[in-house]
Design a binder for this molecule. Structure first.
Ligand SMILES: [Fe+2]
Length: 128
């Protein structure tokens, strides 16, 4: 794997750990965690050609959740320096979403087509 990809995967796994922790907090210890896919997934059940796409989608999920976490913490932090740093980190997480999405669009042509369809449907419905 490329060095940049390795860094991305490592970052994603860190985010995933924090996401799993948030779920445990939300549902209580030993609570239901079935609402989310798991990382690492059961590798034997994933087609080899789909594995990278699944990793990239999981990365996007983890980064989006990280954005929410940092923005929520920024909203409740009392210290302005902490608020500023948390907002900056949330912004960096948005870059990570873009990195994963860019890679996913390169591997999943159907996703690119459906993304465009989604934009068109919004333009039709909202007129923007
Ligand atoms: Fe991130």
């Amino acid at each position: 794997m490329l060095r940049a990809g390795g860094t991305l995967l490592y970052t994603t796994l860190l985010h995933w750990r924090h996401l799993q922790t948030r779920i445990k907090i939300y549902y209580g210890k030993g609570g239901d965690q079935s609402m989310l896919s798991t990382i690492p997934t059961r590798l034997e059940s994933v087609k080899k050609e789909d594995l990278d796409k699944e990793i990239l989608r999981a990365g996007i999920i983890a980064e989006l959740d990280a954005i929410n976490l940092y923005e929520q913490m920024a909203a409740v932090a009392k210290n302005n320096d902490i608020k500023k740093i948390l907002r900056d980190i949330a912004k960096e997480e948005k870059t990570h979403v873009g990195e994963f999405l860019t890679l996913l669009l390169g591997k999943d042509g159907e996703q690119g087509v459906e993304l465009e369809k989604g934009k068109e449907e919004i333009e039709e419905l909202i007129g923007k």
